[in-house]
Design a protein around this ligand. Sequence first.
Ligand SMILES: Nc1ncnc2c1ncn2[C@@H]1O[C@H](COP(=O)(O)OP(=O)(O)O)[C@@H](O)[C@H]1O
Ligand SMILES: [Mg+2]
Length: 433
Amino acid sequence: MKLLRRHGYRGERPGHAATTAHFQAAYPFLAEGGLGAPGAYVGRDACGGAWVFDPWAAYEAGILSGPNMIVVGQLGRGKSAFLKTYIARQHVFGRQAWVLDPKGEYAPLGTALGWPPIALVPGGSVRLNPISSRLGREGQLSLLRSVAAAALRRELTPEEDAGVRVALKVVSAAEPDEPTLPEVVEALLHPVDAMVAELVMSVGDFSDATRQVALALQRLCEGDLRGMFDGPTSAGLDLDAPFVVLDLSAVQESAALGILMTCAAAWLQGVVMERKRSAEAGEGAGAKVIVAVDEAWRITADLGVAEWLQRSFKLSRAHGVQNIIALHRLSDLGAAGAQGSREARIAEGLIADADTKVILAQPPDQIEGLRNLLGLSATEAELVPTLRRGEALWLVGRRSFLVQHRLSSIELGLVDTDARMVSHPELIGGAAE
Ligand SMILES: Nc1ncnc2c1ncn2[C@@H]1O[C@H](COP(=O)(O)OP(=O)(O)O)[C@@H](O)[C@H]1O
Ligand SMILES: [Mg+2]
């Protein structure tokens, strides 16, 4: 404009001059350049620069207040591809990763890194104990409640809640190291005097009140779901491995997958915390750990489990663990609940505790929710349905960035989920380097 005026175009309206900081406020969406902290390479930002990210470096630089991340995107838009390459690239910097893989698609990555997945199969050879004492007393109880509520598909009654608590207490007193789910079920079905006395109930009343929860938990110990979470953790699992994948694809079609994922996620959290604690007690803080739950909508749809997840989000921040959950849409977090409802509160809590959100393409019907929950500007919200495969709006703290995730030719082979499915040529927009 100055140039125009200098050349005598006086009929033109005077130009508006402002700093870029003001321009950002004047124009509703302006993607910035990089974060200004070191990290693993992700791809290219809207300004053409390399986009690198590491939650711990960003935390140290005062950019983030916590490491947790939520990745949201429609099927086939690149959630898992991003997770896989992020883990592989962070691996180079010594970051460890523990992944919950309900579709069984992390095997190529695990094999490439030298740590093939641990497959959980009903009646198989690997058992993980989700209520081992490494979770701590409170952690055990909170998990047991969530699993029980998920198995019942409803909230626990006050009697059931109390029953589960006293059962765990009795079992833990007898087996301080490894209380197990079958022992809890047994205690509920055959209560000892101390349990009923604590609740001031008769044995008959106790059994009646806790029968449903006992039978719901029994399903994890017998029948179709047996042999995965119903005993002490199998010996010989390499818990020091830099990359651990729990493959739950054998139970992918089970209606109980959400419950099983919760048990597996709890076990992961327990191991990670125990290792953090021992590392802190010994020589320093130990390696930073990424705990990723792919297809997390299978567990967040359940209220009790979502609450449990929210607590572990908070807990792991204190332990320097980065939790990542991948979902199809934010409403999978239970945000569909009415304003002010428990569902909405949990969703808001999880979102608030994830300082980094990676938003891949979302259908137009999600836009209103995205605006409300994430405070997107109108322009940002309009952009979301138009994002191409691998392209994402990154919300980091209060800043937003447009990033195209880039894959190397080697990585393409490790992340390809199209090979086994009908491909979506219309979605292909991401370039491979
Ligand atoms: N940034 C990208 N560039 C090129 N191809 C990609 C990119 N992201 C994902 N893909 C391809 O798209 C397909 C689907 O991606 P995937 O991550 O499995 O989707 P989602 O987990 O969101 O359902 C995969 O075969 C993958 O190779
Ligand atoms: Mg996926």
